[in-house]
Write a protein that binds this ligand. Structure first.
Ligand SMILES: Cc1cc2nc3c(=O)[nH]c(=O)nc-3n(C[C@H](O)[C@H](O)[C@H](O)COP(=O)(O)OP(=O)(O)OC[C@H]3O[C@@H](n4cnc5c(N)ncnc54)[C@H](O)[C@@H]3O)c2cc1C
Length: 396
């Protein structure tokens, strides 16, 4: 006899575990999460997990803002050890984007975010080690910071299980079973699970999984390079989290002594099962150039380690969220485009509401609907910045 569930979630990263937690919290009795490896073994476990609200589009900013209290008040809401380190956050742009940044700060303030626009001189006062020569403006968020990715996934797992969800690591979904215009189950190596709804939260594997169902996602898996340095004694104390739109990178402290540096990477269409996880030799050189340009004192930093990870990037660099039109019971929560960690709590709540009530209440996620690409309704901010060079998509 086939196993049954109300909802099967495919993928045990931060998104899948958050959805499983939210479904179980909403009273869905039989939630099963399938993860083909260990939980957090995909993008989530290697995420830099910057927690900030600065976006150029309101839809993502609202998801980030709705998620923020979950990270900040983790112990009270989720139990377990704290997962959030508040450091303060700045986004810096060049002179050509300074007016756009001020407009985006206004948009964020209207949502309720505590953020202010700063001149380069004000940024220098706030973070004296930062070189502001090519900075036109900065957006400051005093309460933002970063999270511990593995602890967050573990917390969602723990609370989902406590509410009755069944979490099955090392259990790949080998096929999503579709009958006519509805999904009816999921096959696994251990047998079939009949269910009324399936959520694909499979990160970089989602395009392949959907293709097997006859659904072509406007999304491609892409590599991301990251390096860690040990800071010099002159910068012993942790600095703020910085997203640098001038250089196309970001920096954040890791613990008391190290700094994570995002190194621009243009490697697309990777196979997440076989991609080598080492950095190419050019990456630390480029990372060091970017880091020392923005923080000259880092010339005396020492390379600690580096790694290549991946995520699924959509054609407009925003998530694909919602029900698949024409396939009853199939939901997508994927293509977070290097930016999904900070919005995971609200994404989980929204998907649970969509499945149980037919509409997301926490945040309106209709702009993220899968069919927006076919409709020509891509998500875009009203005041975008110069495109990031690691986001420029090669033609297939
Ligand atoms: C280096 C790096 C830095 C980042 N920095 C930030 C940041 O600072 N802030 C931010 O907000 N975001 C950041 N991100 C992005 C963020 O981490 C991702 O968008 C987010 O973790 C995606 O979560 P996910 O659950 O969708 O995917 P994943 O974590 O990849 O999870 C998908 C899971 O699905 C499983 N799976 C796949 N196929 C199957 C199957 N058939 N059956 C069962 N299981 C399956 C996989 O094993 C995997 O565990 C970063 C990402 C990376 C890689």
């Amino acid at each position: 006899m086939a196993d049954t569930a109300d909802v099967v979630v495919v993928g045990g990263g931060v998104i899948g575990t958050s959805i499983a937690f939210a479904l179980a919290s909403a009273g869905v009795a039989h939630v099963t999460l399938l993860e083909k490896g260990a939980l957090a073994s995909g993008a989530s476990g290697r995420s830099s997990a910057l927690i900030r609200m600065h976006y150029v589009n309101e839809e993502d900013a609202r998801l980030a803002w709705a998620s923020f209290p979950v990270f900040r008040d983790w112990c009270e809401r989720m139990g377990g050890p704290p997962v959030f380190t508040p450091t303060g956050f700045v986004a810096v742009v060049g002179p050509a984007d300074a007016a756009a940044l001020r407009a985006n700060v206004e948009m964020l303030r209207k949502i309720g975010v505590d953020t202010t626009a700063m001149s380069p001189a004000e940024l220098k006062t706030l973070q004296p080690h930062v070189n502001v020569d090519d900075v036109g403006a900065a957006a400051y968020e005093p309460a933002s910071g970063y999270a511990s990715p593995a602890e967050v996934v573990e917390g969602f797992r723990r609370q989902a299980q406590a509410r009755g969800a069944r979490i099955l690591p090392w259990t790949p979904a080998t096929r999503i079973v579709r009958r006519d215009s509805a999904v009816v189950g999921v096959e696994t190596a251990a047998g079939r699970i009949d269910c009324g709804a399936v959520v694909v939260a499979a990160g970089a594997w989602a395009p392949r999984l959907c293709r097997e169902l006859g659904i072509e996602l406007a999304a491609r898996p892409k590599a991301l390079d990251t390096m860690l340095v040990t800071r010099p004694p002159e910068l012993a104390r942790p600095h703020m989290v910085v997203i640098d739109h001038v250089l196309g990178t970001y920096f954040r402290p890791e613990g008391d002594a190290q700094t994570i540096v995002g190194v621009p990477c243009q490697v697309w269409d990777i196979d997440p099962d076989t991609m080598p996880t080492g950095l190419p030799p050019t990456a630390p050189v480029e990372g060091a150039q970017l880091l020392t340009h923005r923080m000259p004192v880092m010339e005396r930093a020492a390379l600690a380690r580096g790694y290549r990870a991946f995520d699924c990037y959509s054609a407009d660099r925003h998530a694909i969220l919602g029900a698949v039109r024409g396939v009853d019971g199939l939901y997508l929560a994927t293509a977070f485009s290097g930016s999904g960690f900070k919005i995971a709590p609200a994404v989980g709540a929204c998907l649970a509401e969509l499945i149980t009530e037919g509409r997301a209440r926490t945040v309106d996620i209709s702009a993220f609907r899968p069919e927006r690409f076919a409709e020509g309704r891509r998500i875009a901010g009203r005041h975008p910045y110069a495109p990031r060079r690691d986001h420029q998509e090669p033609t297939r």
